[in-house]
Design a protein around this ligand. Sequence first.
Ligand code: HEC
Length: 140
Amino acid sequence: MSSSLKQNRAHLMVPKKVSNKKLVSRVLIGIAVLFMMLPQMAASQQDVAAYFKQNCASCHWIGGGRLVGPDLQNASARAERDWQIRFILNPKGMLDAQDAYALKLKDEAGGALMTNVPGITREWAEALIDFIDAVMDFRQ
Ligand code: HEC
C-alpha cells in the first residue's frame, strides 16, 4: 500500500515540501495571471452586450416593459434556466412542439413570434442569460 502511494506521488510529481518562498512566488504569479485576464473578461461582457443589442434588443427591453416580446427583467424567475436555453436556441421548435409556457408567452405577445437567431450557440445562450440576470436596465 505505502509503496504504491509512493509510486502515485512520483507519478503525479507532487513535491514533498514547498518552501514558503516558492509558495509566495507561486501565489504572486497566480495573481499576476488573473490581472492579465481581467481586460479579456471585461471585453467578453461587452461582446455579450453587443450580441444582445444586435440580436435581441429589437424585440426585448430589460427593465423597460414589453416591446415585441416580454420584458426580460426577472425572466429567470419565471422559467428554468434549462427552458430558457432551449427556447433561446430554438423558439420556433418549442412553439411547434406546443410547449405550454412558450404558447402562453406567445398569447401574451399578441401572437408575435420570437424568430430563431441564425448561428446561435449554447455558449451564447448561457452568456445572454447571465447578461439578462445581471443587467437592470437595457433599452436600445
Ligand atoms: C422578433 C422579435 C424577437 C427577437 C429578435 C428575440 N425575441 Fe425573445 N421573445 C420574443 C417574443 C414575441 C417572445 C414570447 C414568445 C413568443 O411569442 O414567441 C419572446 C420570449 C423570450 C424569452 C422568454 C421570456 C419569459 O418571459 O420567460 C426569452 C428568455 C427571450 N425571448 C430571450 C431572447 C433573446 C436572448 C434574444 C436574442 C438572442 C431574443 N429573445 C430575441 C420576441 C423576440
